[in-house]
Design a protein around this ligand. Structure first.
Ligand code: KIV
Ligand code: ZN
Length: 524
């Protein structure tokens, strides 16, 4: 493939499982990574960056299994600029039908100072490592990390070296989200016209969102000749995140008149994967997030509703159906049966087996008994909770809380620990604090509460609350979620869910799994 602007196909390189997962607190379990990779493969992602195989035994296993199971996508692993990383990466991806080694090194003055390499020494290292990767794999991507702050002459020099050493894709990362659209387009355009051999490779753009310009910068890079966009679902990623896949894909689809490029993404799968990534990462999508936010297609103000009724194009530039939002949203109730629930789940993009349906149906009935109407968002919240339940070592059995004016709140809790019921009565500064104290009394732990977040799923005082709890213990981070019409019950369950996940993580760490051993500053 060449980079002439005549070519209209833009490759989508998804790095939710690598750059996205690198975001503190967004760690996913092995099974969750496999599931997300399957969804990415199924929606038409061209390249999946499945992880960083040298980082841990857990990352290696996840990348290997994703490589073995991939059907359509090319599977890529990340490696720093050394032979050990590259060999380990190749071991993990070599069984994929189509594989890619992605190797990188920080080339800006600031990044060169970390390994303390001169420009010449770094240039030699790039030649050696890219050549080594190319001897293993016919498809090699090379990235000069912090490219947008690298001296122009040096950037041209190292890109040329990487191409000569056999790189097939050159990725230009805006690692700290520093560039702006015009600059992003010019950088790619100038590299393509200046560097010998540039027309033999694909240029990619990899933007971070620190100034909120990642989507604009990525699209500008395409205008400048890039033919691969690196992105993540929901824009997940370190700090302010990466370019959001759903934004660039829908922008190219909606404004094809001025951006005449297309992707291979089945856009109707966007909502389902967005919800799944939000659930497994524990990073909720902000309500007004473009494309996938709860309000992205909601028209509440009187003027907007009136305009919409007259002609939906007045306020809608995309069809909700195009991103996989169901057109109808009739609520279910306590008389709705299993078939209606299955139908609703399918509409919402959830593919459930018979066993899972049985489990969700029990929880749906329980909810419908307490709530007159069960809306789509209630069903989505149900699907987000109750996972791992069978294997959980800690379970909430009962919880009563006395609270209000005139004294501290008091929680009486029965919790099952490895099948044995234990009771605690604890006071606290409010009902949630009392309930959390009771959990700690039954199951003493030194996990530090990093995040406690409550959202009302729908309107009304009988609305369910979804609660997210993020815990940290000895560098391990786990997120728990739950939903209930009782906010305190949802909070206690989310806390217990996070503790269960933390125990799994701790257990795996014993074998060296899921423990990030990589120091990201040590990138040579
Ligand atoms: O942001 C960045 O520079 C990266 C590289 C590893 C490509 O994620
Ligand atoms: Zn990045």
């Amino acid at each position: 493939m060449t980079n002439t602007t005549k070519q209209d196909r833009v490759l989508i390189f998804d790095t939710t499982l690598r750059d996205g997962e690198q975001s503190p607190g967004a760690t996913m379990t092995h099974d969750e990574k496999i599931e997300i990779a399957e969804m990415l493969d199924d929606m038409g992602v061209d390249i999946i960056e499945a992880g960083f195989p040298i980082a841990s035994e857990g990352d290696f296993k996840a990348v290997s299994e994703i490589a073995e199971r991939s059907k359509n996508s090319r599977i890529c692993g990340l490696a720093r600029a050394n032979f050990t990383d590259i060999d380990r990466c190749w071991e993990a991806i070599k069984h994929a039908e189509q594989s890619r080694i992605h190797t990188f090194i920080g080339t800006s003055e600031l990044h060169r100072a970390i390994p303390n390499l001169t420009m010449d020494e770094m240039a030699d290292k790039i030649h050696e490592t890219v050549s080594h990767a190319r001897n293993l794999c016919e498809n090699v991507q090379w990235s000069p990390m912090d490219a947008t702050r690298t001296e122009w002459d040096y950037l041209c020099r190292v890109v040329e070296i990487a191409i000569k050493a056999g790189a097939t894709t050159i990725n230009i990362p805006d690692t700290v989200g520093y560039t702006a659209p015009d600059e992003s387009a010019d950088l790619i355009r100038n590299l393509i016209t200046t560097v010998p051999g540039a027309d033999e490779v694909v240029f990619a753009t990899h933007c971070h969102n620190d100034l909120g310009m990642a989507t604009a910068n990525s699209l500008a890079a395409v205008a400048g000749g890039a033919r691969q966009i690196e992105c993540t679902i929901n824009g997940l990623g370190e700090r302010a995140g990466n370019t959001a896949l759903e934004e660039v894909v829908m922008a190219l689809k909606t404004r094809n008149d001025i951006m005449p490029w297309h992707t291979g993404i089945d856009t109707t799968k966007i909502m389902a994967i967005s919800r799944r990534v939000a659930t497994v990462s524990g990073f909720p999508v902000q309500f007004n997030k473009a494309i996938v936010g709860k309000n992205a297609f909601a028209h509440e103000s009187g003027i907007h509703q009136d305009g919409m009724l007259k002609n939906r194009e007045n306020f809608e530039i995309m069809l909700p159906e195009d991103v996989g939002l169901s057109g109808t949203s009739l609520p279910l109730g306590k008389h709705s049966g299993r078939a209606a629930l299955r139908d609703k789940l399918e509409h919402l993009g959830f593919d459930v087996g018979d066993n899972q349906l049985k489990d969700v149906f029990v929880r749906f009935k329980d909810l419908a008994d307490r709530k007159k109407e069960v809306f789509d968002d209630d069903i989505i919240a149900l699907m987000r909770t109750g996972e791992d339940a069978e294997n959980d070592r800690l379970k909430l059995v009962t919880l009563r809380v006395a609270c209000g004016t005139g004294g501290p709140a008091e929680a009486t809790m029965v919790m099952s620990v490895d099948g044995e019921n234990k009771t605690a009565i604890c006071q606290g500064d409010g009902p949630v604090d009392a309930a959390f104290n009771a959990v700690r009394e039954v199951h003493p732990n030194k996990a530090h509460l990093q995040l406690y977040q409550v959202h009302a799923v729908t309107e009304g005082t009988d609305a369910q609350a979804t609660v997210s709890v993020r815990l940290e213990e000895d560098g391990n981070i786990a997120t728990g979620q739950s939903a209930d019409t009782d906010t305190v019950v949802a909070s206690a369950k989310a806390y217990i869910h996070a503790l269960n996940r933390l125990m799994v993580r701790r257990g795996k760490m014993g074998e060296g799994a899921d423990n990030r051993e990589i120091n990201w500053k040590d990138v040579t």
